[in-house]
Design a protein around this ligand. Structure first.
Ligand code: NAD
Length: 283
């Protein structure tokens, strides 16, 4: 068997075209990205997000702050952006330098502008089954599953990774779509026992090719969220050989990555609708 590849690019292009239409129709969507310090991986992500926002016609602002910025100064910056009527969506790139309390910064972002869905109110809405703003990566994965008409209702889904940005929201969205969800993490015993039962397996770990073909259920769906820079180039968390076992699989690169960018823009459109009063923010 050789899996059907779930490519993110064509779906992402469609979403980005829809977002660009929305910007044309409404005239203005303001997205600001805030990068503190000069972490090289974060720089790459910010550049990609910013480029995509500009291409969609956004008013895209790129705030760069030095690594030694104090927590209070960053809080003050966030307060200014919260109050700015031209800004619909705020993204503070993580990780922040160690001396800054990330949770405190994320809590300070106005929930209706929280494009990454990391404010406790948005995370709480997701927990309650009333998703408002949810992180772009898990939203993108759900769009990929829907695009390929993959049955989620009643499926066994296994998510490896329990981060706030990918693993946890992913598990919630799958549960909300009526999958039976298991979350595995670094303390999980006998990982293959779980993964082999997965009709849908989502790997969001950050360990190159840690999911080997013999950990994948025959005929299952494998979503590889991992992006790992190695000497051999960009690789995922799943060994590409798993495509010989799975029925569907996302490639790396070209799988989930493009969807994350596209769904971030889509989230910013939602933020703009909140600000314009076209959607009531439920928080
Ligand atoms: P994270 O480091 O915050 O979380 C990793 C999770 O993996 C943790 O919950 C940990 O418990 C679990 N884990 C670690 N080692 C494990 C092991 N041996 N067995 C089982 N579980 C283990 O990472 P993150 O931010 O969630 O990102 C995960 C990966 O996804 C990274 O490679 C990251 O670059 C990538 N990522 C990709 C996109 C995209 O758009 N494709 C977006 C976000 C993150």
């Amino acid at each position: 068997m050789s899996a059907t590849l779930i490519k993110g690019k064509p779906i992402a292009e469609r979403i980005r075209a829809e977002v660009a239409e929305e910007v044309k129709a409404t005239g203005h969507i303001g997205l600001v990205t805030v990068l503190v310090g000069d972490d090289p991986a974060s720089e790459v992500y910010i550049r990609l997000k910013h480029k995509a926002a500009l291409e969609a016609g956004f008013d895209a602002r790129d705030v760069r702050l030095p690594a030694e910025t104090s927590e209070d100064d960053l809080l003050a910056q966030v307060a200014v952006l919260n109050a700015d009527q031209e800004i619909d969506a705020i993204l503070v790139q993580l990780p922040l330098p160690g001396h800054i309390d990330e949770a405190r910064i994320l809590r300070a972002i106005a929930p209706a502008k929280d494009v990454d869905g990391l404010h406790p109110v948005n995370a709480g809405q997701l927990f309650l089954g009333k998703p408002t703003l949810v992180g772009a990566t898990p939203v993108g994965v759900m769009a990929m599953l829907r695009e390929h008409a993959i049955e989620i209702d009643g499926a066994r889904a296994v998510v490896i990774g329990r981060s706030n940005i990918v693993g946890k929201p992913m598990a919630h969205l799958l549960m909300q779509a009526n999958a039976t969800v298991t979350i595995c993490h670094s303390h999980t015993r006998d990982l293959p026992r779980h993964t082999l039962e997965a009709d849908i397996l989502v790997a969001a770990v950050g360990v190159p090719m840690m999911v080997s073909p013999d950990m994948v259920k025959t005929g299952g769906v494998v979503i590889d969220v991992g992006i790992n820079r190695t000497e051999a180039g960009l690789v995922g968390d799943v060994d590409p050989g798993a495509a010989e076992v799975a029925a569907f699989m996302t490639p790396v690169p070209g799988g989930v990555g493009p969807m994350t960018i596209a769904c971030l823009l889509q989230n910013a459109v939602r933020c703009a609708r909140y600000r314009r009063g076209e959607l009531a923010y439920p928080g």
